[in-house]
Design a binder for this molecule. Structure first.
Ligand code: DX5
Ligand code: ZN
Length: 216
């Protein structure tokens, strides 16, 4: 099975969002990745519900939402109402992670836990059986176009080993600094889903770039 590719809208041109969404709809992208930042959990603010509502109406691909906010529990209902497919919450932002995960699942969304670069995969030991996906940050969250953090490759390997040891089918998604070179090595290390912002949207031919990422 080829790798799942989720372009990150953060790198799109927000002055021409309809044009970029039409490109995504035409492309071989599997999902659309949406980064919600609150300026507190991360040092940046992205976009919120009014933009998401517009995106949800126009985009034909499943929506993969990455919450970089404190207290994500407050907004689970709103994301479910918008038809979001998967909701990624940061381990570092959830005091009662098990409860948060069950609230997400109860509303019919796929559950995903996100880890910052400095958070080891060992913290997932007691939650991995309950989730559909792990999102490993391969840059510090907050901005597109950053440099890939090299130790992420070993981290993917350790997570792949944990998932196989338990006979699970939890997906591994990576986010940050994914290009053809890092993407190839991540796929070799056992990644199922590549998020890519800058590599897709800054390229001359984004549709072709998505096709190439899918063939890694
Ligand atoms: C960063 C975001 C990413 C970002 C990735 O905090 O979570 O989804 O858009 O951008 P690139 O692929 O440009 O590193
Ligand atoms: Zn993201």
């Amino acid at each position: 099975m080829s790798v799942i590719v989720a372009p990150s809208l953060l790198s799109a041109n927000f002055g021409h969002l309809d044009r970029d969404l039409e490109m995504i709809n035409r492309s071989s992208a599997d999902w659309l990745h949406l980064d919600i930042m609150d300026g507190v959990f991360v040092p940046n603010i992205s976009f919120g519900f009014p933009v998401l509502k517009y995106v949800a109406e126009l985009c034909t691909k499943p929506l993969d939402v990455h919450l970089m906010i404190v207290s994500p529990d407050k907004f689970i209902d709103r994301f479910a109402e918008m038809g979001v497919m998967s909701l990624n919450v940061h381990y570092e932002a959830c005091t009662h992670l098990h409860r948060t995960i069950y609230e997400i699942r109860k509303r019919g969304m796929k559950t995903a836990v996100t880890l910052n670069p400095a958070t080891p995969v060992s913290v997932l030991e007691d939650i991995i059986d309950d989730i559909d996906m792990v999102l490993l940050m391969t840059v510090n969250p907050g901005f597109g176009g950053q440099k890939f953090i090299e130790h992420s490759i070993g981290k993917v390997g350790r997570l792949r080993e944990m998932i196989s040891r338990r006979g699970l089918n939890t997906l591994i998604e990576v986010d940050g600094g994914v290009d053809f070179e890092t993407g190839r090595r991540l796929v070799d290390a056992g990644v199922d889903v590549l998020v890519s912002g800058n590599t897709v949207f800054a390229s001359e031919n984004p549709e072709e770039t998505i096709r190439r990422l899918k063939s890694l």
